[in-house]
Design a protein around this ligand. Structure first.
Ligand code: GTP
Ligand code: MG
Ligand code: NA
Length: 343
């Protein structure tokens, strides 16, 4: 069985620290270049296994022993601002699993609840990252990147304070129908949501957050990530006219493979288009698609899951959010056209 990389959506209220968390993992500075520090588009970036290994440190040993190891993670960054509900839904609908980011000092906020509803309606499993622990008043900075260790180094009153904040989240989630616990107290990861205190600023807790996430994925999502007999499909994020490329679409390939000689089948407002990509372009690993450090690389083939760009003059007028299929022959073109027409 061959499993693909999971698609991990990062959701939460505005300024809870979603982009900062990804910047910390990738070693990028995307958040600092956003207008007003606000995310306004869906982002995507690929975290290779080496990055996960480096981030998790000694915790990776156990993950490495799994029967089916994931070949990296495709992370989807979403905006938390209230006006971007449609983008949050789009990010949530592509997700296999999610990180719900909560500001530890603010607890659940309106778009935290909204994000949770999106995950709930699509039955997406998730982990809570309780961010900005460094901002808990009296929090002592420590050398360790492991939150379980950092907590031990805090004064007793700070430990109590953090526990209280964790129980506030447990209480809120319980009202919403979820059982949850601090990750170090979780007994059954299948029925309890794990809450991981972190700081995107200092990096503390990120090893545990990623370990819990990867562990869950490798244990419970194998079937979903198995690529046998999966229809090759993706979702269109945005369509642009780019200098030197013409019409392009940024897409997330969710399942399957896309090759230059394949046909893309996708809906326009009142028709279905079938087009062959003029070019397929792939961002470098760890580069955020909407703010890459390097140029996208032209490739002849991409396997899911991936964020990529396709260029083709026929893409003009394709609506963001549309499902896109990849066909290898006429019969498939017909099948996918009918599928789209039936939607
Ligand atoms: P939107 O995408 O606009 O919804 O925001 P976001 O959730 O991506 O949050 P963002 O990464 O933009 O961070 C918001 C602010 O919080 C920035 O000023 C960050 O520097 C700050 N911030 C994020 N994480 C932490 C943290 O762990 N500790 C502290 N002290 N500040 C943080
Ligand atoms: Mg952001
Ligand atoms: Na922000």
């Amino acid at each position: 069985m061959q499993i693909r990389q999971p698609i991990v959506a990062v959701l939460g209220h505005v300024d809870s620290g979603k982009t900062s968390l990804l910047d910390r993992i990738r070693g990028t500075g995307v958040q600092g270049r956003e207008a007003g520090g606000i995310t306004q588009h869906i982002g995507a970036s690929f975290l290779p296994s080496e990055t996960i290994k480096e981030t998790c440190g000694i915790l990776y040993k156990k993950l490495e022993q799994a029967e089916h190891k994931i070949p990296g993670i495709l992370v989807i960054d979403t905006p938390g601002h209230e006006v971007f509900t449609n983008l949050r839904s789009r990010g949530g609908s592509a997700a296999d699993i999610a990180i719900l980011v909560v500001d530890v000092n603010r607890g659940f906020q309106p778009q935290t609840n909204e994000s949770l509803k999106i995950l709930q309606s699509r039955k997406v499993p998730f982990v809570v990252a309780l961010n900005k622990c460094d901002q808990i008043s009296g929090w002592r900075k420590s050398e360790t990147k492991f939150i379980s260790q950092a907590i031990k180094e805090q004064d007793a009153s700070i430990q109590t304070d953090l526990d209280q904040k964790i129980y506030d989240v447990v209480g809120t989630l319980s009202i919403l129908g979820y059982q949850s616990e601090a990750f170090y107290r979780v007994k059954d990861f299948k029925s309890e949501i794990a809450i991981v205190p972190i700081s995107a600023r200092s990096g503390v807790g990120i090893p545990e957050l990623l370990s819990v996430l990867v562990g869950l994925t490798q244990q419970y999502l194998q079937k979903r990530l198995n690529q046998e007999e999966k229809e090759p499909r993706g979702i269109v994020l945005e369509v642009n006219d780019e200098i030197g490329l013409g019409q392009t679409a940024n897409i997330i390939l969710i399942d399957g493979t896309i090759k230059k000689e394949n046909s893309i089948v996708v809906a326009k407002r009142d028709s279905v288009i079938v087009t062959k990509p003029k070019a397929i372009l792939l961002p470098k690993p760890l580069d955020e698609m909407r703010d890459p450090r390097d140029k996208f690389k032209p490739v002849s083939q991409v396997d899911a899951a991936a964020g990529l760009k396709i260029a083709s003059p026929d893409l003009e007028g394709v609506l963001p959010g549309s499902t896109l299929y990849v066909a290898t022959n006429d019969a498939e073109i017909e099948k996918f056209t009918k599928l789209i027409e039936a939607e």
